[in-house]
Design a protein around this ligand. Structure first.
Ligand SMILES: C[S@@+](CC[C@H](N)C(=O)[O-])C[C@H]1O[C@@H](n2cnc3c(N)ncnc32)[C@H](O)[C@@H]1O
Length: 237
């Protein structure tokens, strides 16, 4: 895993920007993930080389689109920590909050963060639409990320409320997400967002191209949002 990660970081042009121990730490994280995955459902990817590429390098690619040094980032629906934890390993000055509604995943994230010796990582067990109403979370983060959580039309309501004005929501999507982004246009506008740019990248060592959709927060979240999950699903914006 370590060699694949190191070569992939080089291919992404990130080798000089990340700490020298990053490939080793990402490998340790990947190994801990695969070990725990034997007894808890954390990932469908079970081959170490695939973990290196489809989890670690996919998340690392985000660093080519944003400067995270010294910033705050909330990862919504983080699951086993993606993309929040790789970004923290690659950018140690980033303050990361990992949020998920599944308690056992959150407990494991606390364990693995400690095991890896990471500081400045907070793992929260909560539903995002409820946590976004809490003071200190609403309109508060420089960056919010989400990968494989929901359709952008719904995801915008789960994520944009956390972003501070001037901050950015990074949605990790597939290359065919054009119609999804169009379908989310009204929700994004209503929630104070504006699509800043979209960029495609190829995951090193694969034929897979992913897209990062960067949505800037241009106005504070309106009162009344986010709504309850049942309402978000039943009456998408
Ligand atoms: C398919 S997993 C993706 C995990 C990770 N982001 C990744 O890319 O590997 C989706 C995760 O989102 C979480 N989730 C879904 N809806 C959520 C919500 N409203 N608030 C918090 N977590 C949520 C689930 O518990 C699950 O762990």
């Amino acid at each position: 895993m370590r060699d694949i990660i190191a070569a992939g970081l080089e291919e992404l042009g990130l080798s000089q920007r990340v700490p020298p121990e990053a490939p080793e730490l990402l490998e340790a994280y990947g190994r801990a993930l695969l070990e725990k995955n034997q007894v808890m459902n954390l990932t469908a990817i079970t081959q170490p080389d695939q973990v290196a590429r489809l989890h670690m390098l996919d998340c690392a690619a985000l660093l080519n689109y944003v400067h995270l040094e010294g910033k705050t980032l909330l990862d919504v629906g983080t699951g086993a920590g993606f993309p929040g934890l790789p970004l923290k390993i690659l950018c140690p000055t980033l303050e990361v909050t990992l949020l998920d509604s599944l308690g056992k995943r959150v407990r494991w994230l606390r364990e693995v963060s400690e095991q890896l010796g990471l500081s400045g990582v907070t793992a929260i067990h909560a539903r995002s639409e409820e946590q976004a109403l809490v003071k200190g979370f609403r309109d508060s983060f420089d960056f919010v990320t989400a990968r494989a959580v929901a359709d952008l039309r719904l995801l915008a309501e789960l994520c944009l409320p956390f972003v501070k004005v001037g901050g950015v929501f990074l949605a990790m999507k597939s290359v065919d997400c054009g119609p999804e982004v169009e379908g989310a246009a009204h929700a994004i506008k209503l929630l104070g967002g504006r699509v800043r740019d979209q960029a495609d990248y190829q995951i090193p060592g694969t034929e897979i191209t992913h897209r990062v959709v960067a949505i800037e927060k241009v106005a504070p979240t309106l009162k009344g949002y986010p709504r309850r999950w049942a309402k978000i699903q039943k009456e998408p914006l």
